[in-house]
Design a binder for this molecule. Structure first.
Ligand code: MN
Ligand code: MN
Length: 463
């Protein structure tokens, strides 16, 4: 055997997916990503993502899960958790006690939330105070068009939906920044302090109510517009959830259109393939569950996050209805914690360890463990389980790679994996590599998105 042959046999030999993918696969990837781009534009917040996902599920024949009813093999069900998280179930032919296949992705993304009392006037301009949500680099959120999404819950029980800034004819909103001519002092701040949290104030109006005798006339005029449009007063902001997000649409990136730029790839780029995989699933042996979770970006707490009993209760309901043991079902279930990893950026290569970093177009990333400072806060998938996942990927000709989130001690992060693993399931992180993660406009590869879809489809069929 020559050294070349022996190397081929023994060395890791990963290639750019485009070098090996057949033409029909890249065509299917492009096609799949048209649907993904439409989903991105329709689902910029967790509430909108649940709405869009449930609509797609209903079209695919899914019915709302009735915990008092009966289930049988082939049933396609959905659960809407408070409009902010959701689960989709396809009941398999096998005994639920033998375990289910679970894919969990999250549908919340970093953004600017309005404070409970956000509206104020200063220097005859009206603005909203914000409290940022999730890990953002604050300086990136100035001087870009923002749209406003969310709800007002009024005292009479009615809930009014808000979505302004997405339509071509809508106005947008902006966090303004200092001009370079006068930014001498500001420029001496560190990058993380370049724009401070209390400086993320959104400009929303400038025209005063025409009456010379009172103060705060711009604020008054804005409230007057909001009263006419939504019937709300200043107090109604307290029981509202309003989120400012980038008003950009999803677009192809590059001369070759091989990538997609958009707000909120993290983690819709896993949520959408997970959803499509279960909507297209038929004749499954194991029961399949896809959870689209909220609150991942703030630590998964709360009743719509995965630190809650949301998933355990779903399993409990399914088991009770078929007279089976929940603990056994959970212990024998397997999960893909479907979340993004950081793709290597040629401009910032030094934060990555090249042998264990992920790359654009190299397919889905298996992340065995996350965490920081000596694997702190990770569930660390078992060798045995990763072995099974790896075998499934190879068997299905799926382009895949391994990836750690940066160099040891360069930083770190976490996902929902450990909260699912704490219930007793085997879990591994797997997802799509992203450039500029958590920025207002993130970039992914179309081929990688499609590989995520193929992975999740094979997972529910074969595990
Ligand atoms: Mn994520
Ligand atoms: Mn994230």
């Amino acid at each position: 055997m020559t050294a070349k042959e022996l190397k081929e046999k023994l060395f890791i030999n990963r290639k750019n997916g485009y070098l090996t993918a057949k033409d029909d696969v890249t065509a299917a990837a492009n096609d799949f990503c048209e649907g993904y781009k439409a989903f991105l534009d329709a689902a910029k917040t967790e509430r909108e993502a649940v709405k869009a996902a449930v609509e797609l599920a209903k079209k695919a024949g899914f019915k709302e899960f009735d915990v008092k009813g009966k289930i049988s093999a082939g049933d396609k069900l959905f659960i809407n958790n408070r409009g902010k998280a959701a689960a989709f179930i396809v009941v398999g032919s096998d005994d639920i006690e033998n375990g289910a296949t679970v894919t969990a992705a999250h549908i919340d993304s970093p953004r600017l939330d309005l404070k409970p009392n956000p509206l104020y006037e200063d220097t005859e301009l009206a603005l909203f105070k914000t409290h940022y949500y999730g890990g953002i680099r604050k300086y990136q959120w100035t001087a870009i068009p923002l749209s406003l999404h969310g709800v007002f819950a009024k005292k009479d029980g009615s809930v009014i939906e808000v979505n302004i800034g997405e339509d071509e004819n809508d106005p947008v909103f902006i966090v303004n920044d200092l001009l370079p001519h006068l930014a001498g002092e500001q420029s001496k701040r560190t990058l993380s302090q370049g724009i401070k949290g209390e400086e993320l104030n959104i400009l929303i109006g400038s025209k005063p109510f025409k009456d010379d005798s009172e103060s705060e006339l711009v604020k008054l005029s804005i409230l007057n517009i909001l009263y006419d449009k939504y019937g709300i007063t200043e107090d109604d902001f307290l029981s509202a959830e309003l989120e400012a997000v980038p008003a950009f649409k999803a677009k192809d990136v590059g001369f070759d259109r091989s990538m997609i730029g958009a707000y909120g790839h993290d983690d819709r780029v896993c949520a959408y393939p997970a959803l499509m995989a279960i909507l297209n699933a038929n004749n499954l042996k194991k029961t399949a569950i896809v959870v689209l979770a909220d609150k991942e970006e703030t630590g998964s707490d709360g009743n719509t996050g995965l630190k809650s009993d949301f998933l355990a209760h779903i399993m409990d309901d399914l088991c009770r209805m078929s007279g089976k043991s929940t603990t056994l079902a959970l212990r024998r279930s397997v999960c893909l914690s479907a979340d993004v990893n950081a793709a290597t950026d040629p401009t910032f290569k030094d934060v990555m360890e090249p042998k264990n970093a992920s790359y654009i177009n190299y397919g889905v990333v298996i992340t065995k463990y996350t965490g920081s400072g000596g694997k702190g806060g990770t569930s660390d998938a078992s060798a045995e389980y990763v072995g099974r996942v790896r075998a499934m990927l190879d068997k299905n000709n799926i382009v895949w790679q391994i990836g750690e989130l940066g160099k040891v001690d360069a930083g770190g992060g976490g996902t929902v994996a450990k909260y699912v693993a704490n219930l007793g399931l085997d879990v591994v992180d797997l997802g799509v590599p992203v450039l500029s993660m958590h920025a207002p406009y993130e970039t992914v590869s179309k081929l990688d998105v499609y590989m995520a879809y193929l992975t999740m489809s094979a997972f529910h069929k074969e595990f």
